[in-house]
Write a protein that binds this ligand. Structure first.
Ligand SMILES: C[S@@+](CC[C@H](N)C(=O)[O-])C[C@H]1O[C@@H](n2cnc3c(N)ncnc32)[C@H](O)[C@@H]1O
Length: 257
């Protein structure tokens, strides 16, 4: 190695390491590593210096870690406002916009893609958003381990990976079990808002949401709602639009039962 290379070497930082800890390793009874069906692929996209610095310098404020007990939202946000959870926020721009537009709500974003987490924190900082926290971890584990029952005011999932091929449909995050877990975590009157640009996935979302007795569809036509103005355009939605894709929004409420 040349002296130059030695000089430019810098040890991996917190942000560089984060992608290695996005899930909890689980083992079978005989000690073998349990392979999980994941809804994500850890993309190799480079974490830019800008995203890395945003994460390293501001994690103490914006970042939350996976833990084996429920988050204390009052302590985290310093108020009792409803907490809206967004799963898979991508680069996070639409999430930051929503937090900015709704100061009477607290937002919690989960994303496994570290460049997205860094970009989201940088944008939140630029906009001086205070009612937002982010987690870089598998959302299914966060829901299972860190969110108390009946503690969420809303759950939003915008343009989740559609896993086009039929043999991969089991990797879609929206499954009956996922919806049951969500229902447990929402309090009465809370919302579930999904959007997708993949018609076949929209149909699957509708089927599983309609099967859940604690949820009520707000659609006048008992299927989808018109695209609401309060949902900012996301990066994936924009990409789909360029490709001529349609968009399906689903908006359900948890009943008081
Ligand atoms: C197709 S992208 C959409 C991103 C963004 N919502 C948008 O519309 O631009 C889906 C995102 O969900 C994230 N994701 C998928 N499964 C996840 C999980 N179990 N936990 C956290 N993030 C997940 C992926 O990393 C990816 O960034």
């Amino acid at each position: 190695m040349s002296l130059n290379n030695q000089e430019s070497f810098s040890p991996p930082t917190f942000a560089d390491q984060k992608r290695k800890t996005v899930e909890v390793a689980e083992f079978t009874e005989d000690g073998r590593y349990k392979r999980k069906v994941r809804s994500f692929v850890l993309r190799t996209g480079r974490l830019s210096e800008f995203q890395k610095n945003a994460m390293n310098q501001n994690w103490h404020y914006y970042g939350l870690e996976h833990q084996n007990q429920p988050f204390d939202f009052k302590k985290i946000y310093g108020n009792d406002n409803p907490v809206v959870l967004e799963i898979g926020f991508g680069m996070g721009y639409s999430l930051v916009e929503m937090a900015l537009n709704n100061p009477d709500k607290n937002y919690l974003g989960i994303e496994v893609h570290t460049p997205g987490v860094g970009a989201c924190i940088a944008y939140a900082l630029e906009k001086e958003v205070k009612n937002l926290r982010v987690i870089c971890h598998d959302a299914t584990e966060i829901l299972r381990d860190c969110i108390a029952d009946e503690s969420l005011g809303g759950l939003q999932l915008f343009f989740p990976d559609p896993w086009h091929k039929k043999k991969h449909h089991k990797r879609r995050i929206v499954q009956p079990r996922f919806i049951q877990t969500i229902c447990q975590k929402l309090y009465a009157g809370a919302f579930v808002h999904f959007a997708t640009d993949w018609e076949n996935y929209a149909q699957q979302m509708l089927d599983v949401l309609q099967q859940e007795p604690c949820l009520q569809n707000t659609s006048n036509t008992n299927d989808y709602i018109p695209r609401p103005d309060f949902r900012p355009l996301t990066k994936f939605e924009q990409r789909g639009k360029k490709l001529g894709h349609g968009v399906w929004d689903l908006y359900f409420l948890k009943t008081t039962e």
